[in-house]
Write a protein that binds this ligand. Structure first.
Ligand SMILES: [Mg+2]
Length: 326
Protein backbone atom coordinates (compact mmCIF):
# COMPACT_ATOMS: atom_id res chain seq x y z
CA UNK A 1 0.00 0.00 0.00
CA UNK A 2 2.84 2.30 0.95
CA UNK A 3 4.61 1.24 -2.24
CA UNK A 4 1.48 1.92 -4.22
CA UNK A 5 1.10 5.26 -2.51
CA UNK A 6 4.75 6.07 -3.18
CA UNK A 7 4.28 4.93 -6.72
CA UNK A 8 1.23 7.14 -7.07
CA UNK A 9 3.20 10.04 -5.62
CA UNK A 10 6.05 9.29 -7.98
CA UNK A 11 3.53 9.06 -10.77
CA UNK A 12 2.04 12.36 -9.73
CA UNK A 13 5.49 13.90 -9.67
CA UNK A 14 6.09 12.50 -13.12
CA UNK A 15 2.80 13.98 -14.35
CA UNK A 16 3.60 17.33 -12.73
CA UNK A 17 7.15 17.18 -14.13
CA UNK A 18 5.80 16.29 -17.56
CA UNK A 19 3.26 19.11 -17.31
CA UNK A 20 5.99 21.54 -16.26
CA UNK A 21 8.18 20.32 -19.12
CA UNK A 22 5.31 20.86 -21.53
CA UNK A 23 4.79 24.33 -20.10
CA UNK A 24 8.53 24.97 -20.42
CA UNK A 25 8.54 23.73 -24.01
CA UNK A 26 5.50 25.82 -24.80
CA UNK A 27 7.20 28.81 -23.17
CA UNK A 28 10.36 28.17 -25.18
CA UNK A 29 8.39 27.96 -28.40
CA UNK A 30 6.56 31.14 -27.50
CA UNK A 31 9.89 32.77 -26.66
CA UNK A 32 11.32 31.54 -29.91
CA UNK A 33 8.32 32.88 -31.81
CA UNK A 34 8.76 36.15 -30.03
CA UNK A 35 12.50 36.15 -30.70
CA UNK A 36 13.45 38.94 -32.99
CA UNK A 37 14.09 38.31 -36.62
CA UNK A 38 17.45 40.06 -36.29
CA UNK A 39 20.65 39.77 -34.29
CA UNK A 40 22.32 42.83 -35.71
CA UNK A 41 21.61 46.19 -37.30
CA UNK A 42 24.33 47.14 -39.80
CA UNK A 43 24.47 50.81 -40.78
CA UNK A 44 26.13 52.70 -43.59
CA UNK A 45 27.36 56.11 -42.38
CA UNK A 46 27.34 58.86 -45.01
CA UNK A 47 23.92 60.06 -46.14
CA UNK A 48 22.37 57.28 -44.05
CA UNK A 49 22.93 58.33 -40.43
CA UNK A 50 22.79 61.98 -41.44
CA UNK A 51 20.82 63.51 -44.33
CA UNK A 52 22.12 64.16 -47.83
CA UNK A 53 21.39 67.88 -47.49
CA UNK A 54 24.12 68.23 -44.87
CA UNK A 55 26.38 69.27 -47.73
CA UNK A 56 29.11 66.72 -46.93
CA UNK A 57 28.43 64.57 -49.97
CA UNK A 58 28.54 67.53 -52.34
CA UNK A 59 31.78 68.78 -50.81
CA UNK A 60 33.29 65.28 -50.96
CA UNK A 61 32.60 65.03 -54.70
CA UNK A 62 34.24 68.41 -55.30
CA UNK A 63 37.25 67.51 -53.17
CA UNK A 64 37.74 64.26 -55.10
CA UNK A 65 37.70 66.15 -58.39
CA UNK A 66 40.19 68.68 -56.98
CA UNK A 67 42.41 65.81 -55.86
CA UNK A 68 42.32 64.26 -59.33
CA UNK A 69 43.21 67.57 -60.95
CA UNK A 70 45.84 68.73 -58.49
CA UNK A 71 47.47 65.50 -57.41
CA UNK A 72 46.98 63.20 -60.38
CA UNK A 73 47.02 65.76 -63.15
CA UNK A 74 43.86 64.57 -64.86
CA UNK A 75 42.63 66.63 -67.79
CA UNK A 76 40.20 69.31 -66.55
CA UNK A 77 37.79 68.71 -69.41
CA UNK A 78 37.65 64.98 -68.68
CA UNK A 79 37.77 64.89 -64.89
CA UNK A 80 34.00 64.91 -64.33
CA UNK A 81 33.43 62.06 -66.77
CA UNK A 82 36.42 60.13 -65.47
CA UNK A 83 35.23 60.42 -61.88
CA UNK A 84 31.72 59.40 -62.84
CA UNK A 85 32.91 56.30 -64.75
CA UNK A 86 35.27 55.23 -61.97
CA UNK A 87 32.60 55.63 -59.30
CA UNK A 88 29.92 53.80 -61.25
CA UNK A 89 32.17 50.90 -62.24
CA UNK A 90 34.21 50.41 -59.07
CA UNK A 91 32.02 51.45 -56.15
CA UNK A 92 34.24 54.33 -55.09
CA UNK A 93 36.37 56.73 -57.10
CA UNK A 94 39.52 55.74 -55.26
CA UNK A 95 38.89 52.08 -56.09
CA UNK A 96 38.58 53.08 -59.74
CA UNK A 97 41.70 55.23 -59.65
CA UNK A 98 43.68 52.27 -58.33
CA UNK A 99 42.16 49.99 -60.96
CA UNK A 100 43.15 52.15 -63.92
CA UNK A 101 46.70 52.46 -62.67
CA UNK A 102 47.14 55.41 -60.32
CA UNK A 103 49.18 54.88 -57.20
CA UNK A 104 47.35 56.45 -54.30
CA UNK A 105 48.59 57.21 -50.83
CA UNK A 106 45.34 56.46 -49.00
CA UNK A 107 46.18 58.59 -46.01
CA UNK A 108 46.94 61.60 -48.18
CA UNK A 109 43.88 60.94 -50.35
CA UNK A 110 41.43 60.80 -47.46
CA UNK A 111 43.09 63.70 -45.72
CA UNK A 112 42.61 65.78 -48.87
CA UNK A 113 39.06 64.59 -49.56
CA UNK A 114 37.67 64.72 -46.03
CA UNK A 115 39.96 67.28 -44.42
CA UNK A 116 38.02 70.29 -45.63
CA UNK A 117 34.49 68.94 -45.24
CA UNK A 118 31.92 71.18 -43.53
CA UNK A 119 31.73 68.99 -40.40
CA UNK A 120 30.11 71.90 -38.59
CA UNK A 121 26.95 70.99 -40.54
CA UNK A 122 26.70 67.73 -38.60
CA UNK A 123 24.85 68.41 -35.36
CA UNK A 124 24.24 66.12 -32.42
CA UNK A 125 21.19 63.98 -33.09
CA UNK A 126 19.71 62.99 -29.70
CA UNK A 127 16.59 61.54 -31.34
CA UNK A 128 18.62 59.07 -33.36
CA UNK A 129 20.88 58.39 -30.40
CA UNK A 130 17.96 57.42 -28.15
CA UNK A 131 16.42 55.43 -30.96
CA UNK A 132 19.60 53.41 -31.45
CA UNK A 133 20.16 52.88 -27.74
CA UNK A 134 16.59 51.66 -27.32
CA UNK A 135 17.09 48.80 -29.78
CA UNK A 136 18.43 45.66 -28.13
CA UNK A 137 20.51 44.40 -31.01
CA UNK A 138 24.15 44.38 -31.97
CA UNK A 139 24.77 47.56 -33.96
CA UNK A 140 27.72 48.14 -36.30
CA UNK A 141 28.85 50.65 -38.90
CA UNK A 142 29.78 49.41 -42.38
CA UNK A 143 31.10 52.26 -44.54
CA UNK A 144 33.40 52.78 -47.51
CA UNK A 145 34.79 55.87 -45.79
CA UNK A 146 38.03 55.83 -43.87
CA UNK A 147 38.26 55.47 -40.13
CA UNK A 148 39.27 59.08 -39.36
CA UNK A 149 36.20 60.47 -41.12
CA UNK A 150 33.89 57.83 -39.65
CA UNK A 151 34.91 58.55 -36.08
CA UNK A 152 34.75 62.30 -36.64
CA UNK A 153 31.26 62.14 -38.16
CA UNK A 154 29.93 59.83 -35.42
CA UNK A 155 31.39 62.16 -32.83
CA UNK A 156 29.73 65.22 -34.39
CA UNK A 157 26.40 63.37 -34.47
CA UNK A 158 26.76 62.38 -30.82
CA UNK A 159 26.58 58.69 -31.77
CA UNK A 160 30.11 57.67 -30.83
CA UNK A 161 28.94 55.23 -28.16
CA UNK A 162 26.00 53.71 -30.03
CA UNK A 163 27.93 51.10 -31.99
CA UNK A 164 29.85 47.99 -31.14
CA UNK A 165 32.32 48.48 -33.96
CA UNK A 166 33.21 50.03 -37.27
CA UNK A 167 33.93 48.24 -40.52
CA UNK A 168 35.45 50.85 -42.83
CA UNK A 169 37.92 51.35 -45.67
CA UNK A 170 40.86 50.72 -43.33
CA UNK A 171 39.29 47.45 -42.16
CA UNK A 172 38.91 45.88 -45.57
CA UNK A 173 42.04 47.42 -47.06
CA UNK A 174 44.80 47.14 -44.46
CA UNK A 175 47.68 48.96 -46.01
CA UNK A 176 50.40 46.70 -44.62
CA UNK A 177 49.08 43.63 -46.34
CA UNK A 178 48.40 42.80 -49.97
CA UNK A 179 45.45 40.65 -48.99
CA UNK A 180 42.82 40.90 -46.30
CA UNK A 181 42.89 38.12 -43.80
CA UNK A 182 39.57 36.47 -43.16
CA UNK A 183 40.41 36.28 -39.48
CA UNK A 184 39.88 39.42 -37.47
CA UNK A 185 42.72 38.56 -35.08
CA UNK A 186 45.13 38.73 -37.98
CA UNK A 187 44.23 42.31 -38.79
CA UNK A 188 45.86 45.34 -37.31
CA UNK A 189 44.57 48.78 -38.02
CA UNK A 190 45.70 51.71 -35.98
CA UNK A 191 49.23 52.76 -36.76
CA UNK A 192 49.77 49.97 -39.23
CA UNK A 193 50.06 52.14 -42.30
CA UNK A 194 53.29 51.83 -44.18
CA UNK A 195 53.95 54.49 -46.77
CA UNK A 196 56.74 52.37 -48.23
CA UNK A 197 54.13 50.23 -49.91
CA UNK A 198 52.31 53.22 -51.32
CA UNK A 199 54.20 55.75 -53.36
CA UNK A 200 53.09 59.34 -53.03
CA UNK A 201 49.94 60.30 -54.86
CA UNK A 202 50.48 61.74 -58.29
CA UNK A 203 53.00 59.07 -59.18
CA UNK A 204 51.44 57.23 -62.06
CA UNK A 205 52.01 53.65 -62.93
CA UNK A 206 53.72 53.13 -66.23
CA UNK A 207 50.41 53.01 -68.05
CA UNK A 208 47.00 54.39 -67.17
CA UNK A 209 44.02 52.49 -68.54
CA UNK A 210 41.83 54.93 -70.51
CA UNK A 211 38.37 54.12 -69.17
CA UNK A 212 36.76 56.99 -71.10
CA UNK A 213 38.13 55.60 -74.35
CA UNK A 214 37.02 52.13 -73.25
CA UNK A 215 33.38 53.17 -72.92
CA UNK A 216 33.57 55.35 -76.05
CA UNK A 217 33.88 52.16 -78.10
CA UNK A 218 30.54 50.89 -79.42
CA UNK A 219 31.52 47.37 -78.36
CA UNK A 220 34.38 47.52 -75.84
CA UNK A 221 36.58 44.53 -76.52
CA UNK A 222 38.93 44.92 -73.57
CA UNK A 223 37.99 43.90 -70.07
CA UNK A 224 38.05 46.50 -67.32
CA UNK A 225 41.07 46.16 -65.05
CA UNK A 226 40.40 44.94 -61.52
CA UNK A 227 40.85 47.08 -58.46
CA UNK A 228 42.82 45.92 -55.44
CA UNK A 229 40.45 47.90 -53.19
CA UNK A 230 37.66 46.03 -51.40
CA UNK A 231 34.52 48.13 -50.92
CA UNK A 232 30.75 48.12 -51.24
CA UNK A 233 28.92 47.23 -53.45
CA UNK A 234 31.22 44.27 -54.02
CA UNK A 235 29.59 41.13 -52.68
CA UNK A 236 33.03 40.02 -51.54
CA UNK A 237 33.30 43.17 -49.39
CA UNK A 238 29.92 42.48 -47.81
CA UNK A 239 30.73 38.82 -47.18
CA UNK A 240 34.05 39.79 -45.64
CA UNK A 241 32.38 42.32 -43.35
CA UNK A 242 29.91 39.65 -42.21
CA UNK A 243 32.74 37.25 -41.55
CA UNK A 244 34.80 39.74 -39.58
CA UNK A 245 31.83 40.73 -37.42
CA UNK A 246 30.58 37.15 -37.10
CA UNK A 247 27.18 38.00 -38.56
CA UNK A 248 24.57 35.73 -40.05
CA UNK A 249 23.24 37.53 -43.16
CA UNK A 250 19.76 36.12 -42.60
CA UNK A 251 19.65 37.71 -39.15
CA UNK A 252 21.14 41.06 -40.11
CA UNK A 253 19.24 44.19 -41.10
CA UNK A 254 21.29 46.48 -43.32
CA UNK A 255 20.66 50.23 -43.76
CA UNK A 256 22.19 52.15 -46.68
CA UNK A 257 21.26 55.09 -48.90
CA UNK A 258 22.81 53.49 -52.00
CA UNK A 259 20.51 51.38 -54.17
CA UNK A 260 23.39 49.34 -55.53
CA UNK A 261 24.72 48.63 -52.04
CA UNK A 262 21.24 47.54 -50.96
CA UNK A 263 20.89 45.26 -53.97
CA UNK A 264 24.31 43.70 -53.41
CA UNK A 265 23.47 43.11 -49.74
CA UNK A 266 20.20 41.47 -50.74
CA UNK A 267 22.08 39.11 -53.07
CA UNK A 268 24.31 38.14 -50.15
CA UNK A 269 21.20 37.35 -48.10
CA UNK A 270 20.78 40.33 -45.77
CA UNK A 271 17.51 42.04 -44.96
CA UNK A 272 17.67 45.55 -46.37
CA UNK A 273 16.41 49.07 -45.69
CA UNK A 274 16.93 51.79 -48.28
CA UNK A 275 17.38 55.12 -46.48
CA UNK A 276 16.61 58.51 -48.01
CA UNK A 277 13.68 57.50 -50.18
CA UNK A 278 10.21 56.15 -49.52
CA UNK A 279 10.27 54.40 -52.89
CA UNK A 280 11.03 50.74 -52.34
CA UNK A 281 13.28 49.57 -55.16
CA UNK A 282 14.11 46.01 -56.14
CA UNK A 283 16.34 44.51 -53.47
CA UNK A 284 15.04 46.72 -50.67
CA UNK A 285 12.78 45.07 -48.11
CA UNK A 286 11.92 48.49 -46.72
CA UNK A 287 12.41 52.11 -47.75
CA UNK A 288 12.43 55.07 -45.38
CA UNK A 289 12.86 58.79 -45.99
CA UNK A 290 14.94 59.26 -42.87
CA UNK A 291 16.81 57.01 -40.47
CA UNK A 292 14.55 58.54 -37.81
CA UNK A 293 11.70 56.53 -39.33
CA UNK A 294 13.31 53.15 -38.92
CA UNK A 295 10.82 51.85 -36.38
CA UNK A 296 7.84 52.97 -38.40
CA UNK A 297 9.13 51.17 -41.47
CA UNK A 298 10.25 47.94 -39.88
CA UNK A 299 7.56 46.23 -37.78
CA UNK A 300 10.01 43.94 -36.00
CA UNK A 301 11.82 46.97 -34.63
CA UNK A 302 8.60 48.40 -33.21
CA UNK A 303 7.99 45.13 -31.38
CA UNK A 304 11.51 45.21 -29.99
CA UNK A 305 10.97 48.67 -28.57
CA UNK A 306 11.71 49.04 -24.90
CA UNK A 307 11.15 51.93 -22.57
CA UNK A 308 14.64 52.64 -21.36
CA UNK A 309 17.87 52.76 -23.32
CA UNK A 310 19.91 49.64 -22.75
CA UNK A 311 23.55 48.78 -22.93
CA UNK A 312 23.52 46.24 -25.70
CA UNK A 313 25.91 43.29 -25.58
CA UNK A 314 29.26 44.35 -26.88
CA UNK A 315 28.40 48.04 -26.88
CA UNK A 316 30.84 49.83 -24.67
CA UNK A 317 31.18 53.42 -23.69
CA UNK A 318 33.06 54.52 -26.75
CA UNK A 319 32.89 52.74 -30.06
CA UNK A 320 36.17 54.40 -30.85
CA UNK A 321 37.82 52.72 -27.91
CA UNK A 322 36.18 49.38 -28.44
CA UNK A 323 36.29 49.15 -32.18
CA UNK A 324 36.39 45.43 -32.67
CA UNK A 325 36.64 45.45 -36.39
CA UNK A 326 38.67 48.50 -37.18
MG1 LIG B 1 26.10 56.26 -47.95
Amino acid sequence: MEWRCERRICGLHAVVFYFLMEMENEHSVTQQNQRSKYDCLLFDLDDTLYPLNSGLAKATVQNIKDYMLEKLGTEPSKTDELKSLLYSNYGTTVAGLRAVGYDIDYEEYYSFVHGKLPYENLKPDPILRNLLLSLPYRKLIFTNSDKVHTIKALDRLGLEDCFEGIICFDTLNPIHSSTVSDHKDDIEFVGSRSTNLNPKSGVKSSEIFDIIEHFAQPDPSSILPETPIICKPSEHAIELALLLANLNPQRTLFFDDSVRNIQAAKRVGLHTVLVGSSHRVKGADYAIESIHNLKEAVPELREADIKEPVACPGTAKHAVETTVIA
